[in-house]
Every structure is written in structure tokens, then in C-alpha cells.
Design a protein around this ligand. Sequence first.
Ligand code: SAM
Length: 306
Amino acid sequence: MGSGYLGLHRLSILTHQQVVLPSCHKVLLKFHTLAAVGNVATVAPFTASFKRYDGCCLCSRACRSMSNLIIRCCSTNAFVIANDEKYGNKQIISINPHLYDYILANVREPEILRQLREETASLHGSQMQVSPDQAQLLAMLVQILGAERCIEVGVYTGYSSLAVAMVLPDSGLLVACERDAKCLDVARKYYDLANVSHKVNIKHGLAADALKSMILNGEAGSYDFAFVDAEKRMYQEYYELLLQLVKVGGLIVIDNVLWHGKVADPMVNDAKTVSIRNFNKNIMEDQRVSISMVPIGDGMTICRKK
Ligand SMILES: C[S@@+](CC[C@H](N)C(=O)[O-])C[C@H]1O[C@@H](n2cnc3c(N)ncnc32)[C@H](O)[C@@H]1O
């Protein structure tokens, strides 16, 4: 503990009062108890400060910068307090269950989307669908753009695609790429129920093949908006194909760019994490687009083609 590892100090909260500290630190924390299930309490610090004991040689660099303090509670919540002078001691929150309930209570989820979400909840892979707040953001981006022609890569049972199709004009088009026929059956049912089937062109099969044939078909530069939410190791390929298909000023939105936080943990190096991490690095350096990484859901990056 207490190394300069990414400039972070990692603390583990064993209960809502016990804290494992770097031996060279004195930490002052006060907590709100947010939720308790069985003997596990979820807590949020509302004040946190820490001091280095004199003579600490292990972490003096990190201590001097007072960079970040990460507190892990019950291994499910991370509360991040950015405390770096370079950022004006900006404090940022992370989402705990209470706050997320509040956010969801402030999402205007159309009834048909709610029904689809609830039907999907009992299906295998239900955790894959975007959250209501993400779907709302996607729909708003489409509306802000005044988009008419959209693409989705990874439909599953249709939650995000339905959210997009519903805000397209009647003449609009959403090309929906999905390889799983059973998932598409559910999606089709809801496109019908929501009266948007005429706007959705389903491409059943491998998404990369669909995108390549659209380019061969002369559709490059004719789309306003694309959403990528399929095989993570294919992100770079999807992105390059979509960059050809969207017009200048069009958006490509990519889901799961924070990958449950694993992208920021150098100890995690499985193929998917490395692939998303590399993808994020490439996007960061890609001058063909302007970018914004948004910490919503599992993280979405919005790219605007220059
Ligand atoms: C995360 S889910 C999509 C969730 C969806 N956007 C939603 O909000 O409900 C990913 C989907 O991508 C599909 N998929 C994965 N790899 C694919 C590929 N190579 N081509 C087409 N679809 C693929 C999977 O079958 C799965 O349904």
C-alpha cells in the first residue's frame, strides 16, 4: 500500500467503520450509511482527508500530489474523490445504489421501452441491454442531430434500437445489425408494438459483414448516427467501418468504454479489457474525430466525425 501506483491510494473498507490504511497514513473519514443488506453495509464518505506521517519514503510523491483517494466498499461501490490540485481540487462523485435509483427516477422512459426492458429482464444476457438513462441520452443525441439515418451494431432484444427508432422521423432509417435470431424475434415484436417497424432495416448476421456490404453498396458518408454495442474485440474494426459510413458532423457512440472500471486497472489484462483499453487509446489519438467519454452506464464515448 502507499506506492505511487498510478498516483492512487487504495483503501479497503471492511465494514462501514473498519478501514485498511497504508501504515504511513492517517485518514479521517466520516460516512453516510446508504444501504444495508444482511451484514453488509454500503457507505459513502462525505468528508475524507488524509495526512502523510513524517518520514514516509514509500509514497511521498503520491502524498505530495494528494492525487486521488479511492475507497472500495463491499467490492461493489467505488467512491472517488478527485483531490488533485491540478484540477482545482475538483470533487467528483461515483454512482452508488441510492443515487442511481434517483437518476432512474428522473428518466422519462416510454411505456413500451419499460415493457421491453421488463420482458428482457427474465432472459439470458439481460444485463447487456443499455440502461434507461443511456437510452435516453442516445435518443437525445439523435434528436439534437436531427438524424434521419442511423446504424446500430449489437441489437440484442432491441432496447437501445427501439429508443432510437422511436425518435426518428417517420421517413427515418435505422439499420439494426444483430447475429442472434432469437434476440431479433423479441426486437421485431417491440418494433411492431411501437409502430416503428417501417423505420428499421434488420441485418441478421455478422455486423462487420453488414457494414462492409453497405460501404460496397455506395452508402459511405450517408449516415448521421451510429451506436456500437457488440463484440468488444471488434470495436476498432466497427469504428473504422462506421467512420466511412457516417457523414462529417455525424456521431459514432461506443458503449462499455469503461468496462466496469477494468480499463483503468493495470492489473487486469484479459483480452477484452486490453482490447477496449487499446481502442480508447486509439480514439484519444484519432484526430479524425472530436470525442467525449461519458461515465454513464458502463461508459460511452461519443465521437463526432470532423
Ligand atoms: C450488449 S448486447 C446489445 C445490447 C443492446 N444494444 C441493448 O441495449 O439492448 C450485444 C449484442 O451484440 C450481438 N453481437 C455480438 N457480436 C456480434 C457480431 N459480430 N455481429 C452481430 N451481432 C453481434 C450479440 O448477439 C448481442 O445481442
